[in-house]
Design a protein around this ligand. Structure first.
Ligand code: NAD
Length: 499
């Protein structure tokens, strides 16, 4: 059985802990590897190693730090097919989607290549008599990232790409469900010239997360995962005096106005609702047609499109999506399908019995579609994170805006219309962090920032872009004067003013 071990000080590291977790092959349902779960002494070793390596790394000039990022990008590109196959085999997303997972992470690395510019400070000459003021953005020290299963390449790169480029040393605690690609990325960073110890991967579960949150050497923690755990991580980390950003779950709405191009909506919606088996925090699991007429027309076009979806093994080039990540997750999603039926919604298309590959024990769920879902239903209020689309009909524009705005999650939202005025008003009014206008999955490009609102994010700083640079650095402001001996200060007891 393949064993996945920690990566510390530039090397594989096996500790004495007997604790392991099974890594499944979601295509077949078999266990394909065991991942070590660290004990506290392994975490302590990783932190000490990172602390020792960080000082010199922070003192390395920013263009040299950027060069490591340039080289890393080249190496990931050269290894992209191998990494995508490994990612797909542990996660279950189809190969082309696994390539996209890597590509979206690389775009953050491209942003990090510009760190000499992004980390520059500010300077004011002559802020007072003979006085200049400047600021610098300094690395925090040792920092950590805790990542979910659903983007095992992109989300680690969001975090360590920017944090390391800024001069920090990093402890990555990836999801124990698909831990191999994060380790491979760390190895490629070392091959790219990163000094050993600046990026370390420690596998584990709650025990390691708590160890990270409580350890005084770790100055900042970035977390992405489900909301209850994000909330817990935010509170515990903040209580320990750390800077914390914790991104949580989502339930994104796609609003369809009566004037929308319904063919475009259907194409976008089936991709955004069912792609990656719905295991995306920017998926569109809720569609809100405005008016019954729009709802009926949309439903008539959606049903054949859903029937055409091909669910198959993740290496099948014809597959639109593959299995979900584990049998436990499959049961959870199917539990929500049962709940939605019990709550009185209309099950238009049942993915538990349709489009499942018959030759496999894998964790497959076919595309499922409900109509007449209402806002009081728990299956609507909670995140399902599977290939389940719920239609909630709104009588007018205001009701559609309120549905998205009042939902506990506020990660993303999309609106389909040909009316620029309605689109503009929607973007201004809706209480959600990332908005798409005729764009189904509005994940911002790397030089903008990613972050939801309400229970989709705890903390006030987004991922990547300049918000990322802000999160991973602290500002120091220097006010300096070089007296020539002739100036006097007659009023040293008074708060200095600059005149
Ligand atoms: P998860 O919350 O189960 O796990 C996330 C991380 O937390 C993992 O590293 C895991 O090992 C750790 N963890 C699990 N249980 C813990 C506990 N009790 N205490 C401390 N740490 C614990 O999430 P997941 O199932 O891996 O990922 C899916 C979730 O992530 C979904 O809710 C999805 O919406 C969310 N997500 C959000 C974003 C975003 O940017 N908002 C992006 C991707 C995924």
């Amino acid at each position: 059985m393949r064993k996945i071990v920690h990566f510390i000080a530039g090397k594989d590291f096996e500790d004495s802990s007997e604790n392991t977790a099974s890594v499944f092959a979601p295509n077949t349902g078999e266990v394909q590897a065991e991942v070590s779960l660290a004990n506290t002494s392994t975490l302590a070793y990783a932190i000490e190693t990172a602390q020792a390596a960080q000082v010199e790394w922070a003192a390395t000039n920013p263009q040299r730090r950027a060069r490591v990022m340039f080289k890393f990008k080249e190496l990931v590109e050269a290894n992209r097919d191998r990494l995508a196959a490994l990612l797909s085999s542990e996660h279950g997303k189809v190969l082309v989607d696994a390539q996209g997972d890597i590509q979206r992470g690389l775009e953050v690395i491209e942003f990090a290549c510009g760190i000499p510019h992004a980390q520059k400070g500010e300077y004011t000459e002559g802020a007072g008599p003979g006085i200049d003021v400047y600021s610098m953005r300094q690395a925090l020290g040792v920092v950590a990232g805790i990542t979910p299963f659903n983007f095992p390449a992109m989300i680690p790169m969001w975090m360590f790409g920017v944090a390391i480029a800024c001069g920090n040393a990093f402890i990555l605690k990836p999801s124990e469900r698909d831990p191999s690609v994060p380790v491979e990325l760390a190895k490629l960073m070392i091959e790219a010239g990163l000094p050993a110890g600046v990026l370390n991967v420690v596998h584990g579960n709650k025990e390691v997360v708590d160890g990270i949150l409580d350890h005084q050497t770790i100055k900042a923690v970035s977390f992405v995962g489900s909301s209850d755990i994000a909330n817990y991580v935010y509170e515990r980390g903040a209580r320990a005096g750390k800077r914390v950003q914790a991104m949580g779950g989502a339930k994104n709405h796609g609003i369809v106005m009566p004037d929308a191009d319904l063919d475009q909506v259907v194409t976008d919606l089936v991709g955004a609702a069912y792609g990656s088996a719905g295991e995306r925090c920017m998926a569109l699991p809720v569609v809100v047609p405005v008016g019954d007429d729009t709802a009926e027309k949309l439903k008539a076009k959606l049903i054949p499109a859903i029937k055409d979806i091909m669910v198959s093994h993740s290496e099948d080039p014809n597959a639109h999506y593959g299995p979900v990540v584990t049998s436990a997750h499959k049961e959870r999603v199917e539990g929500y399908i049962d709940l939605c039926i019990e709550e009185g919604a209309e099950l238009v298309y049942d993915g538990r019995t349709n489009q499942i590959p018959s030759d496999s024990q894998g964790f497959f769920i076919g595309p499922t579609f409900f109509d007449h879902v209402t806002k009081d239903m728990r299956s609507y209020q909670e995140e399902i994170f599977g290939p389940v689309l719920q239609m909630v009909r709104a009588k007018d524009f205001n009701e559609a805006v309120s549905l998205a705005s009042d939902h506990q999650y506020g990660n993303g939202v999309a609106m389909y219309t040909r009316n620029g005025h309605a689109a503009r008003e929607f973007a201004q009014r809706v209480n959600v962090g990332m908005v798409g206008i005729n764009v189904p999955i509005p994940v911002p490009v790397a030089y903008h920032t990613f972050g939801g609102w309400k229970r989709s994010a705890f903390g006030d700083t987004n991922q990547h872009g300049m918000e990322g640079v802000k999160f991973w650095t602290k500002v120091k402001t220097i006010t300096q004067r070089w007296p020539d001996g002739s100036d006097t200060n007659d009023n040293a007891f008074v708060i200095p003013t600059m005149g």
